[in-house]
Design a protein around this ligand. Sequence first.
Ligand code: ADP
Length: 176
Amino acid sequence: MQVRIGDSVIELVLGDITEEKTDAIVNAANSQLAGGGGVDGAIHRAAGPTVIQQTNELYPQGCPTGEAVITEAGRLKAKYIIHTVGPVWRGGKHHEEADLRSAYRNCLELAARHGCQSIAFPAISTGVYSYPLDLATEIAISEIRQFLTDSSAPILIRCVLFNEGIYGAYSRVLEQ
Ligand code: ADP
């Protein structure tokens, strides 16, 4: 499914983000940038050891929640990996929404600063970090829409969703 906003496109696809050929893919990392399970583990396994070497070298302090950092992409087809840290869901009263919004926004701004014309996102925080899927989806789509409305350079944004349930949630929100 695809929606146009000005000259830009938001596309929903069911699949594995490690196979994306977009200029950048986003990793839902942890604040130590230490690699881990879920999409983070899959990205590091597919990209190879140069990515952890780079995060250790460039960002030894890690990355705070809501922020984003960039590395090359090792063996992946993408040029860059943007590592962002989404919030852990703790009931909704610990600035989870602001942190998730800022994670999306910082990824999009970092991609734009690096001249990326396409970027792929997973559903940040909806796995181990337990953010309720419908709430996380609303935030993802609204931040992406806002960014596209504010920016002039056309860009392709692919939300790469790992299962039918997540795809369904995204398509319901995007259709609205
Ligand atoms: P978080 O800690 O931010 O919750 P997870 O990796 O646990 O990160 O989950 C984030 C989302 O990524 C989940 O919706 C999960 O289904 C999805 N996911 C896991 N592996 C992949 C993959 N290879 N490609 C795309 N999405 C993935």
